[in-house]
Every structure is written in C-alpha cells, then in structure tokens.
Write a protein that binds this ligand. Structure first.
Ligand SMILES: [Zn+2]
Ligand SMILES: [Zn+2]
Length: 424
C-alpha cells in the first residue's frame, strides 16, 4: 500500500531532534543527578494504569477526569486502562502494590516521565509531556513539605535563575474545608448572577475552584472571598507555620496566596506553585496528599510531593540563555581513502569507541573529499585519515582541522596521542 502523503504524528505531540534532543538529555542528566544528591530514588511506573487509579483520587469534577484522559480499548476483556495523566497517583499505586510501607519511612522517590492529557492542542500545551516529580511518602512532618520546595529551589539556583517565587497556601484538613466551603458558597450565592459561566458551574460542582478563576471581572468577588487560612484547625495551622519556618531557615523566597487551590481533590494542608516572572502560568507545583493512599485502597499514609513541567522549564532555561557544558562531542572524524582502506578505518573506529572517544564517520562514502566535507560541516577538531601507505607503515594521519596542520602518528599509541590532543 502506498500513501499519498507522509503519515503525521498525533496532534499535540512532538519529535525531539538534534540540538533540542541534546539539550533535553543534558537537562535530564542534571535532574537525575540533582534528585539523587537529595537522596531520592528513581522510580518508573507504566504509561498505562487502571483508570481507577485516577478516577478514585483526582476528583470527578476536574477537567482531567471529565474530558482529558486517553482511554485504551482492549479488543477483549473488560479492563479499562488510561494513559497516565499525572505522576503522583500512579506512584502511590506502586508504593502500595510493592509493599513499600515496610521500608524505612518516609520513602523518597523521583521520576522524569511522560504524562498524557487530551487537552486542546495549542501553543505550549502538549498532549504528551514530560514531568520531573518528587514524592516523599510516609511522613506527616512539615519538614518534608519544605524539602520538596528546597530541591526545586536549589535546582533553579544551580542555573543562577532568580526571577521566580513559590506561592504557598494551606487547604487544611477535610473538616476545615467543609466549614470553609460552606461560607465560601454562602458568600458567592449573593453574586451568583454576576460571576462568569465557568464560576457558576464551579459553584455547583467544585466551589473551591471558584478561587482559581482567571477572569478579570470576577477578580473583585475573589478579593473579598473568605480566606481559608482563617478556617484552619490548630493542627493544620501549626503545620503550615512550621513549613514556612523551614523555608525561612533555608532562605527560600515564598509568598502566601490564599487563592491557590491546585487542580486535584487529593490535596490537603500545604499546596504550592512555582511562578517565573517571564510567564504567568505556573511551571510546576505540588503539595501534601495525606489521604491519597486511602483513596487507592491502602492504609493511611501521609505524603507530600511536587512536579515541574519539563517543556516549560526548558522554555525558561532558553529565555535565560542557559547552556550546558559542552560535552566531548564533535571532535574526531575518521576517513578512509578507498574501499580497501575502509577495513582498517573500521578497526580504528572500533578501538577509539571502546576507549570512550567519540568518533564520527561516513563509511558509506568512498571519496576522501566528500568525507572531509562532512567533517568540516560537523565542525570536528581532528580528522584521522587512513590511506594505503599508512596501512603499510602501521600509522595514521592526524589532521588538525583548525590549525590546518597534520602529523603522522603510530597506530600503537593512537589512543594516548588522541587523549593528549583532546586533553581528556
Ligand atoms: Zn485541620
Ligand atoms: Zn469566574
């Protein structure tokens, strides 16, 4: 079968190529090193999860559950799977299933993984995107709410970023929220006809999200709405004060924001979001989710965490012109002069690669000029050239492409010589 046009990738996804791919891989390595230094363990969960992992925990009235999950249909069998829309519920599922409550608590886990949402494709929004997430499972201690923020903060500081702020709020416990929501609804009831249609829906289905409205005309109602901080019980009040105290000790900039509610129902007590001055959308956020394990059929497991959108983080790093240390790339090219000298070049290529020296080649070309042309395009510093004479003498020509000079080096000390020249 022949297609008239090339088959395209699904909407809202992207291919990661060349320089962008290099940037991504460098960033990913930094994220992994950084998370390991703060003693988090890497975890990977499947892209597919039982839909109940999310339907029982995120909240029925959230956009994700209402319209954004990708369902996987099996030809047979009644199981309903979804592509995971977020990381935390999936990790708690793994924690419970793998009996991690018998490990020393808390268990600190991190991931850098793909998430899927059927959002309307638009600039900067992807249906498949990467998230870097941290979870600290099995402790109610406020020091861990602060630690999640600390790890992100120190990551930004590594790149000398300064134009950001952590916005923080407390959603209290279930009891606090119940009395708060009662008063919030009472307050909005008076203005029900004046607020935007979305807010009218929120009022009915998920009143906490009234505080999330971004419409300017609703701003005045939001401003005078009751403040959740005034509804916190003693325990919840102490908890948030301790979190802020730890952030002060760590000298981390934050701002209390009583309108911050986060998207999912599983949050309680501390919630936070990270804002950079360059963009009005949060690049990440998180909070405490003490009841999530119970929603998934486990026992009470107080926990806290957070995640950052990698695509948004890359945007910020690019705005700040952040470059990663040049790796030892694009430095050596091996060229052969004829089909007969190719075997010899192949052996040298193998020898160098086994000694961890990155070598470029184009064995498919048999003229020296076309190989050197490619070497020039790649911007390599050195070219190794193998001709008939070199094979006979057990040597190779080492051409310095910058200085335009060349030397004959013996095949016996080729590794040493190249390492010396590359200052490895
Ligand atoms: Zn409380
Ligand atoms: Zn509104």
């Amino acid at each position: 079968m022949k297609f008239k046009t090339v088959i395209q990738r699904p909407r809202g996804t992207y291919d990661l190529l060349f320089e962008e791919a290099d940037f991504f891989i460098n960033l990913k390595n930094e994220v992994i090193d950084h998370s390991l230094i703060y003693s988090f363990n890497y975890i990977q969960t499947p892209a597919l999860e039982d839909e109940r992992v999310f339907t029982s925990s995120l909240g029925n009235t959230t956009d994700v559950i209402e319209k954004e999950m990708f369902y996987i249909k099996e030809k047979e069998g009644g199981n309903k799977y979804v592509l995971k829309p977020e990381g935390t519920a999936s990790i708690i599922r793994a924690y419970l299933q793998n009996g991690m409550h018998s490990f020393p608590q808390p268990v600190k886990l991190f991931y850098i993984d793909k998430m899927y949402r059927r959002e309307k494709p638009q600039a900067g929004r992807f249906r498949e995107h990467y998230q870097w997430g941290l979870e600290i499972i099995g402790s109610a201690d406020p020091v861990y709410d602060a630690q999640i923020i600390e790890v992100f903060d120190r990551f930004f500081k590594k790149f000398k970023l300064i134009d950001y702020i952590f916005k923080i709020n407390s959603l209290g416990c279930k009891k606090d929220r119940k009395s708060y929501l009662k008063d919030l609804k009472k307050y909005y009831r008076k203005n029900l006809k004046n607020i935007c249609p979305d807010c009218q829906k929120r009022y009915k289905k998920n009143p906490l999200r009234l505080l999330d409205c971004k419409k300017e005309k609703d701003e005045k109602y939001k401003k005078d709405a009751p403040n959740i901080i005034n509804y916190l019980c003693k325990d919840c009040e102490n908890h948030i004060s301790k979190v802020l105290e730890y952030l002060d000790i760590l000298e981390i900039k934050y701002e209390l924001d009583s309108s911050l509610v986060r998207g999912f129902d599983y949050y309680n007590k501390t919630v936070f979001e990270i804002f950079f001055t360059e963009s009005n959308k949060a690049i990440g956020g998180g909070g405490r989710y003490d009841n999530l394990a119970q929603y998934l059929g486990g026992k009470n497991t107080p926990s806290t965490g957070g995640a950052i959108g990698i695509e948004r983080l890359i945007e910020i790093l690019k705005i700040h012109n952040i470059k990663f240390k040049e790796n030892k790339k694009l430095r050596i090219f091996i060229a052969h002069t004829t089909e007969k000298t190719k075997d010899y070049a192949l052996k040298i290529y193998d020898e160098l690669s086994r000694n961890c020296i990155q070598v470029f080649e184009n064995f498919s070309k048999n003229t020296l000029s076309s190989q050197l042309e490619l070497a020039n395009k790649l911007g390599v510093r050195f070219c190794l050239i193998v001709g008939h004479q070199e094979i006979g003498n057990k040597t190779v020509i080492l051409k310095d492409m910058h200085k335009r000079s060349q030397d004959i080096i013996s095949i016996n000390n080729i590794i040493e010589e190249i390492k010396k020249r590359l200052k490895l």
